[in-house]
Design a protein around this ligand. Structure first.
Ligand SMILES: Nc1ncnc2c1ncn2[C@@H]1O[C@H](COP(=O)(O)OP(=O)(O)O)[C@@H](O)[C@H]1O
Ligand SMILES: O=C(O)C1=C[C@@H](OP(=O)(O)O)[C@@H](O)[C@H](O)C1
Ligand SMILES: [Mg+2]
Length: 170
């Protein structure tokens, strides 16, 4: 049984690389934001607007721990998930976690075009967006750096992810 949890800031590529690694290995793929949306019956943005962040974090942790994971699976998490409750410890004791690391500037460039679905960065752009990311990343770093593996998001590849986690194509 191999379970790989991809973690890191919004825009680092957890969803994108989760799908690519799943395609390269034949492992199943689960995006926990999608699992939460299915459970809540609404989008992440709608859930934030209706219930607020505190309720979102509780549901997010419940979905992490109660999802029925296939035997071999790549799991993309939401960017804030490792930083609440005992989620980080839970992931490391139920599989391997892998932090996709990027600079605030790269994350901001990517998020400029992908803000709509992400309530925490909606309405921010330019320097305000870079500053927001720098500050949040500084707060979150201590959680992300508890990951089993840390990879550079710029030089990442499916082969590199397979090598570092030790998983093989099925
Ligand atoms: N290797 C890449 N190069 C450039 N842009 C990328 C790359 N990977 C993802 N993106 C873009 O960055 C944004 C966020 O990617 P996504 O996989 O949704 O990140 P996450 O799930 O970590 O928030 C998307 O708009 C996506 O198209
Ligand atoms: O960083 C965060 O707090 C969040 C990241 C999002 O997931 P992505 O990292 O996939 O954008 C989503 O869970 C929600 O908007 C909150
Ligand atoms: Mg995602």
């Amino acid at each position: 049984m191999s379970r790989i949890f991809l973690i890191g800031f919004m825009g680092c590529g957890k969803t994108t690389w989760g799908k690519k690694l799943s395609a390269a290995t034949g492992y199943a793929f689960i995006d926990l934001d999608n699992a939460l949306e299915a459970e809540a019956g609404m989008s992440v943005a709608e859930y934030f607007a209706a219930h607020g962040e505190e309720a979102f974090r509780k549901l997010e942790s419940k979905v992490l721990k109660e999802t029925e994971y296939p035997e071999d699976v790549i799991v993309s998490t939401g960017g804030g998930l490792p930083c609440f409750f005992d989620n980080m410890v839970w992931m490391n004791s139920h599989g391997q976690s892998l932090y996709i690391k990027h600079s605030p500037k790269t994350l901001a460039d990517r998020l400029e075009n992908a803000r709509v679905k992400r309530p925490l960065v909606q309405g921010k752009s330019g320097d305000e967006l870079v500053n927001f990311i720098s500050q949040k990343l500084a707060e979150r770093k201590m959680y992300y750096e508890q990951a089993t593996h840390i990879v550079n998001g710029i030089t990442i590849s499916a082969e590199g992810l397979m090598e570092v986690t030790g998983i093989k194509a099925k």
